[in-house]
Every structure is written in structure tokens, then in C-alpha cells.
Design a protein around this ligand. Sequence first.
Ligand code: SAM
Length: 237
Amino acid sequence: MFHPEGPTFFQLLRQALSSVEEGYDLLAPRFDHTPFRTPDTILDAVDRRLEALGPVDAGLDLCCGTGAALPLLRRRCRTRVVGVDLSQGMMDVARRAVADEPGPPVTFHRADATRLPYREEFDLVVSFGAFGHVLERDEPALVASVWEALRPGGRFVFVTGERPRALSPGGLKARAFNAVMRVRNAVWDPPFVMYYLTFLLPRATELLRQRGFEVQVERWLFGAPFERHALVLATKI
Ligand SMILES: C[S@@+](CC[C@H](N)C(=O)[O-])C[C@H]1O[C@@H](n2cnc3c(N)ncnc32)[C@H](O)[C@@H]1O
């Protein structure tokens, strides 16, 4: 559907009728050939920005999937990198992808991003392309969970955007998709939590500040078609 090696329409349909965990387990072998993997242009721009901040010891890729951001994190971390995801299938692909690559050791843990089992273990937490899987009511738990995982002075770094205008093509598409997902989740069990327009600015920065983070938002770092995206650097003070 997206690419000869990507999932077929029926494979995507099967994924959409599963839970998030099962759906990504099914998609894992073909995920890197879908547009759901974070594009390298985004990762490269974040990498350059993090390079300017200097190296750190331990890093966590939250909702690491097949490991798109792991090379970036390994370039920025001196001692340890951890990938966390709900889907073991996605992490199995990521583990194979990093096996022969240079950098500090990478370990993988199956865990829920809103209930991480870490206390002050990381200097840097990054997350890409996954906040659509966190319900709005669970966003404070996500922020609290990352806060607990970070050491004082550590950073939570991610990319998000502003809410598009309601009648813009992007705004209409996202709202239509969300409406379909709400109906799907009302009539079909297990739910597949995936919505657009989540953890956007300014709500994300408000939640982070309420939890105690010092927040910096950097715009215009990304080239077309991502020029409306913003980088958030939230520091645990
Ligand atoms: C669209 S993929 C993005 C993967 C990768 N970060 C990237 O940018 O290519 C979303 C990932 O988030 C994971 N995920 C969804 N909800 C999660 C949760 N509550 N806790 C941990 N991982 C979750 C999924 O299993 C999936 O691997």
C-alpha cells in the first residue's frame, strides 16, 4: 500500500482491529516501510540540536518502535541507552537493527510509557511519533512518568505542533480520522488508541510546566513539509 515491502491494506485493517500492542506486533516486520516511522529529516534536525547541547550518560527512547531514534540517542549518550515500547515485536526489530552498530549498549524493556519503572535513571528521554497512542486523560501520567525517570537536570525532548485551523485540509483530515477511531473504539473491543492532534502546544508545555519542567520551544528547525513542527526541550529542574 505504501511501499512494495510495506503492509497491505488487509494487514493494516487487521492491525486497526487489534489492540495497540497486538497491532504493532503484527505490523513490526513491515513498519519501516510505512510513513508511521519518524522520517530521517526530523531525526537529523533533532540530532544536530542535541549535539549542540553536549553528550550525556544515559538515554531513553520512549515508544522506541523499530528503533528509528536509537542511532541518534547512541551518538548523544556515553554509557547506556534503553528502548521502551509496549510491543515486543517492534522491539525485536529494533534489537536486530542496532546489533552491529557502534555506540553504548542498548537494552529494551516492555513497559507502558505512562507507568515507567524508572526513578532518576536518565539524562535524556526522547520520544517520536507516539503521543497519538496516549489518551488526553493519560497525558499528565505520561509527564509524571518521564519526570520520575529523569535525573535532576535531565531533558525530555520531543517534536509536536500547534493545533491546525479547523477548516484547513490537515485539520479536517485529522478530525475525520479521530471521528472514525472514536466510532471504531465505541463498537469494537479491544480498543486501538490512536488519535491525531494530541499533546499539542500549548497543552503539552502547560502540563510539563505544571509538573515542574522548565520548557523551551524551538520552531523553524524542520524543513518542508514539517516546517510547522516544533521541538520541545523540557528540563527537570
Ligand atoms: C508510530 S510508532 C513510532 C515508533 C518510533 N518511535 C518511530 O518514531 O518510528 C508508535 C510506537 O509507540 C508504541 N506505543 C504505543 N503506546 C505505547 C505506550 N503506552 N507505552 C509504550 N509504547 C507505546 C507502539 O507500540 C509503537 O511501537
